[in-house]
Ligand binder design. Structure first.
Ligand SMILES: [Zn+2]
Length: 333
């Protein structure tokens, strides 16, 4: 009788310890999957510029649909944030610009402000070790926004520039690399950091497209000289061409700069078949670009990398490129 009870207890012990072991393995496995997070908000569906405008709510809707069908829902989070970000916005934008936007485009201002909230939340999570890297599925885009009191190229606030300032002020990291692979030149990002050696701005774009800036001779001014890198890539640019530029120019320059945080202005209008672009870069191309930037983050800044959606106007193409990009961000093996 006693023997049977002992055997039963022994079997129970084996059962519980194996359950404990496998549940730990499960926790470890799911932790691995949540290294990356995609952050978004339902508010991004509300902002409409005009009927049939290419910068439309469906850009985000298609991304979310693609996230659902590609098995990435476990790393996706949709939420509204109540944090105050106006003081951070003021580090880049003038009081006048903010006030004029609020008067003339109250909803767009609120939506763009929410994109800033998502970006800063992403930085906090990375800095607090909650996630290794983050993709912000936000709109409107931001890298053309100047202090003109109106939108520029569909942009109201420059989310990536505000985020860079936030990282420097709040977390005392001084050197930030901003990689901008949108088809259009990130003229506002260039403008705000043109004399700033603490921000290395690297942009690939078509200098003949909107807004007509981004010539390679614009290398920065004063102390910022050499910290602004414009690479013109013509129509029909292929995967190999853009990858070569990243390998031959970005990698050595970033290795000398040694960034402490990396931001990506992730515009997918540089993808093949975009409504506003003319490149032939496909999803494999973006995977390789992601791999290169991710490796730089691994070498220099403990993987700290935040990627923010900019352009991308072929709804399906934009969503497919996003999934390819995020899957590579989340691949730490
Ligand atoms: Zn663009």
């Amino acid at each position: 009788m006693r023997n049977i009870r002992e055997r039963r207890n022994f079997l129970k012990l084996i059962l519980y310890s194996s359950l404990f072991f496998y549940s730990n393995q499960f926790v470890l496995a799911s932790k691995k999957l949540t290294n990356t997070k995609i952050l978004s908000s339902l508010i991004f569906k509300k902002h409409i510029i005009s009927e049939n405008h290419p910068e439309k709510p469906e850009r985000i809707e298609f991304i979310i649909k693609a996230i659902k069908t590609s098995g990435l829902m476990n790393i996706f989070e949709n939420f509204n944030l109540t944090r105050k970000v106006e003081n951070w916005i003021r580090l880049i934008h003038s009081e006048e610009h903010i006030n004029l936007l609020k008067l003339a485009f109250p909803l767009a201002e609120r939506v763009s402000q929410h994109a800033v909230k998502i970006c800063l939340e992403g930085v906090d999570r990375i800095m607090n070790g909650v996630n290794k890297n983050i993709f912000c599925a936000t709109r409107p885009p931001g890298h053309h926004a100047l202090n003109t009191g109106k939108d520029e190229g569909f942009c109201f606030y420059n989310h990536i520039a505000i985020t860079a300032k936030y990282i420097q002020k709040k977390y005392k990291l001084s050197k930030i690399l901003i990689v901008d692979w949108d088809y259009h030149h990130g003229n506002s990002t260039e403008y705000f950091f043109y004399d700033d050696p603490s921000i290395l701005f690297f942009s690939t774009h078509d200098q003949f497209a909107y807004p007509g800036t981004g010539t390679p001779d614009k290398i920065g001014i004063g102390k910022g000289k050499g910290f602004n890198i414009n690479i013109h890539l013509p129509c029909q640019t292929t995967n190999n061409q853009i990858i070569e530029v990243f390998k031959n120019i970005l990698i050595p320059r970033a290795n000398r700069f040694k960034p402490e945080f990396i931001l990506i202005s992730s515009g997918f209008d540089s993808r093949i078949n975009d409504l506003l672009g003319c490149y032939n870069v496909n999803d494999e191309g973006f995977v390789e670009l992601t791999r290169i930037v991710k490796k730089l983050a691994n070498i220099h800044c403990n993987d700290r990398l935040l990627s923010v959606l900019e352009g991308g106007y072929n709804l399906e193409g934009n969503a497919k490129a996003t999934i390819a990009h995020v899957k590579e961000l989340n691949n730490f093996i």
